[in-house]
Design a protein around this ligand. Structure first.
Ligand code: ZN
Length: 491
């Protein structure tokens, strides 16, 4: 809250209380209750049938894969899974909801009482997860992009009936940074399980935040506002920062916070009141009469557990233990499952896994960020990095040269081996030139020569390294090794 107009001592008088509701589209091929495709980007209203349009007499049939995915997500965030959960109708009127109700779960959701560990300054913090329930998505109202968009709104029902899970956190989050961290971890876990692509631009992951403030030490929660449908984690953090200050300002000037839904305007960097929510909406929930109770057997739980991949936290701990890399390196390497897999492949063939990890952290991350891409999209693969690490390890490539080659690789979008083969430093294979350099190094290091003579043959590596440096990494390594041994034995 660096741009705050409020003095720091006023801000610290209050404690924010934040809870998050995250909607996640499950990555099934077909919708929750019919066989229509869920593929994103099809022409409007081409992926609908009587079931997802809610035509009279059409009956929903639950998608087994959606249940499997929901159970997997629930297990991954440490929830207890209810043996018998109930689908319920959530009734409301909206143009993108042709049925007039959404099939959701209400008082008996699929899963409850989970948690997630997040990193906080000086340690970790456990954020409780109240519930995870299944529901279907609504259609989409299209307010822009048509010649007559000023006067009309269009509706696209392709999304109607797409399976969702809603994950509701406990109001355990205390700062916008914690909210950002919670969302980042949650998304990472969901991506690892493969139940969703979590693509925020396509709406596969959407977040609403409930936020209130109270005097520090107070038991009772303040009146909350809900910030809806912000489409990036950074904006959620910004919206929360804004909203916390807005509420503190109100309270400080003797006014009240109104319970309402607010929308974030990113251009202006502020939230706006969308509708007041003095009373909770009356959705007239009742059990969905067209669907039987959802029964999850222990065999189903075991089956999903058996398919559960290694989750990010466990993966990071294993990388540290197995390859001797730092926690920080493990953090970036485990940012995606594919990437970690690539690292492991590279680490197994590279001479030094630590150097591979190091190169990723010191040379790759910055270049990837500058190019505005993700690690997965990097032109330099982990195989390329493994090769670079080996060349650096053997002294064949100076760190300066390595940086130059990586710059070229990113500029031309080529993998490291391609660039290396074309641009590699000219090797010096002229014996007399190398011998001259060896003489120079031997002359400058009488102590090491003494050690060598005393029988410590491993000192030869020191001379090889020194000469390699002197030759700017251009000495032919095989020849260099041979000549160093010869010269030292003569010395
Ligand atoms: Zn359908």
């Amino acid at each position: 809250m660096t741009t705050s107009a409020l003095p720091a001592d006023v801000l610290t008088k209050y404690e924010p209380v934040i809870g998050l509701e995250v909607h996640v589209q499950l990555l099934t091929k077909t919708k929750a209750f019919c066989g229509c495709s869920t593929k994103f980007g099809a022409p409007p209203n081409t992926q609908c049938c009587p079931v997802c349009l809610g035509l009279p007499g059409a009956l929903p049939v639950l998608n087994a894969r959606a249940v499997e995915y929901a159970i997997m997500a629930a297990q991954a965030i440490n929830c207890e899974i209810r043996e018998t959960s109930i689908f319920a109708r959530k009734n409301y009127f909206y143009p993108d909801l042709p049925k007039g109700y959404q099939i959701s779960q209400y008082d008996r959701p699929l899963a409850e009482h989970g948690y997630l560990e997040i990193a906080v300054p000086g340690g970790t913090k456990r954020i409780g997860i109240t519930r995870l329930h299944m529901e279907e998505d609504a259609g989409k109202s299209l307010h822009d992009g048509f010649p007559d968009s000023r006067d009309r709104t269009y509706v696209d029902l392709n999304r109607s009936g797409t399976p969702l899970i809603e994950i509701v956190s406990e109001p355990d989050i205390r700062t916008p940074d914690e909210a950002f961290e919670y969302l980042t971890r949650l998304k990472e876990i969901l991506l690892f399980t493969g139940v969703s692509d979590c693509n925020m631009e396509e709406g596969s992951l959407r977040c609403d935040a409930n936020v209130s403030v109270r005097l520090r030490g107070a038991e009772k929660f303040g009146t909350k506002a809900e910030v809806k449908n912000v489409n990036s984690f950074r904006y959620i953090r910004a919206a929360l920062e804004y909203e916390i200050e807005r509420q503190i300002e109100l309270l400080e000037s003797g006014e009240r916070v109104v319970q309402e839904t607010r929308l974030w305007n990113n251009t202006e960097g502020r939230t706006y009141s969308m509708r007041s929510k003095e009373q909770a909406h009356d959705y007239r929930y009742f059990p969905e009469p067209d669907l039987p109770p959802l029964v999850v057997t222990s065999a189903m739980l075991d089956d999903v557990r058996a398919q559960m991949p290694e989750l990010p936290d466990a993966l990071r701990k294993r990388l540290v233990a197995q390859y001797g890399i730092s926690e920080q390196d493990a953090q970036s390497l485990a940012s995606s499952r594919d990437f970690a897999k690539q690292f492991e492949t590279a680490a197994k063939v590279a001479k030094s896994p630590r150097r591979v990890a190091n190169l990723v952290q010191s040379e790759m991350m910055g270049r990837v960020k500058a190019a505005g891409i993700t690690l997965d999209e990097s032109p330099v693969t982990m195989q390329g990095i493994a090769m670079a690490a080996d060349l650096a390890e053997s002294g064949e490539l100076s760190s300066k040269m390595l940086k130059q080659l990586l710059d070229i690789a990113f500029e031309k979008r080529e993998d490291f081996p391609v660039v290396y083969e074309r641009e590699k430093p000219q090797q010096i294979s002229d014996s007399s030139a190398i011998e001259k350099m060896i003489d120079e190094v031997i002359g400058a290091n009488p102590k090491q020569v003494e050690q060598y003579r005393g029988g410590k043959k491993t000192v030869a590596a020191f001379f090889v390294g020194q000469v390699m440096r002197l030759s700017k990494g251009q000495a032919n390594p095989a020849l260099l090794n041979e000549l160093v041994a010869k010269k030292l034995d003569q010395a």
